[in-house]
Design a protein. Structure first.
Length: 279
């Protein structure tokens, strides 16, 4: 059923009628054309009746005025809006933006890519698939902060992920603060399920608390922490490699909080993690 945003605008339909009857008549002075009687009779014989000529002259302006007033009234069609299905789940993505994320030991679309480029591609796609979830974003380096508050607008979260750059949060790896800020956000949540998805490519080397202690707090709050160890080499496999990831600590964080730990050694591996960590 059509509706109008401002139906009072239809009052303007009466304006031309009021002008026609109330405006003072205006005389028209002009020169007369003198023609022979035979020519005059010929012209009068082909002329329309006065009333018919007047109707045709006013029909088009009247139609245009009606259409203009209708447009001003704001025609609209009201339709029921499909409600967004709510999953009852709040999810915080905690993504490492430390200096080691610039290492180009991944591949993306057949080209060599940095860890950050691979993560942005996979994490943005992950966020877009979370319809019905309320998703937030925490980024961390030397410090941690909320880059996007939890929201059902997963497209906005995905675009924020795609705009991430190295250095905005420092170049160290502060996993503890990232978890702490994520928990602080989730403490105010009334969702049935609360999850933090933590991605890191290094070892915790900043912050006052230890990641394991924060994981214990997460368990007390009923928040599961899934962790992703990003990088081809772990601290346990090669302690001398500067690009190593502390997979053991990430495993303990997940274990203590009731989550799972995943390894993302390649872009393909990250894609598999994305599909596996949707619980």
């Amino acid at each position: 059923m059509p509706d109008f945003a401002d139906p009072l605008m239809f009052v303007l339909l009466a304006v031309p009628v009021l002008v026609y009857f109330l405006a003072p008549a205006q005389g028209h002075a002009g020169a007369a054309l003198v023609v022979p009687d035979s020519v005059g009779r010929f012209l009068l014989a082909g002329a329309e009746p006065r009333a018919q000529a007047s109707w045709r002259r006013l029909a088009l302006p009247a139609l245009l005025w009606f259409l203009l007033v209708t447009a001003l009234a704001g025609p609209r069609m009201l339709a029921p809006q499909q409600a967004l299905p709510m999953s009852g789940r709040d999810l915080i993505l905690a993504i490492d933006l430390s200096g080691s994320m610039v290492r180009d030991d991944f591949e993306l679309d057949g080209q060599r890519a940095t860890r950050l480029e691979a993560v942005k591609s996979v994490a943005a796609a992950f966020a877009r698939q979370r319809s019905g979830d309320r998703v937030g974003l925490v980024v961390f380096g030397s410090g941690a902060y909320v880059a996007a508050a939890p929201s059902f607008d997963t497209e906005a979260i995905a675009r924020t992920i795609e705009d991430m750059v190295i250095g905005i949060s420092g170049r160290a790896t502060n996993i503890s603060d990232a978890l702490g800020i994520g928990l602080k956000r989730l403490a105010l949540s009334d969702a049935e399920t609360k999850v933090i998805l933590l991605l890191s490519d290094g070892a915790n080397n900043a912050g006052a608390a230890t990641p394991v202690d924060v994981a214990a707090l997460a368990a007390q709050m009923g928040v599961r922490v899934h962790t992703i160890a990003l990088g081809p080499v772990s601290l346990q496999e090669d302690p001398e490699d500067r690009g190593r990831v502390d997979a053991e600590t990430l495993r303990r964080i997940a274990l203590i909080s009731g989550g799972e730990m995943f390894r993302g050694k390649t872009t393909a591996g990250l894609q598999n993690v994305r599909r596996s960590s949707t619980r």
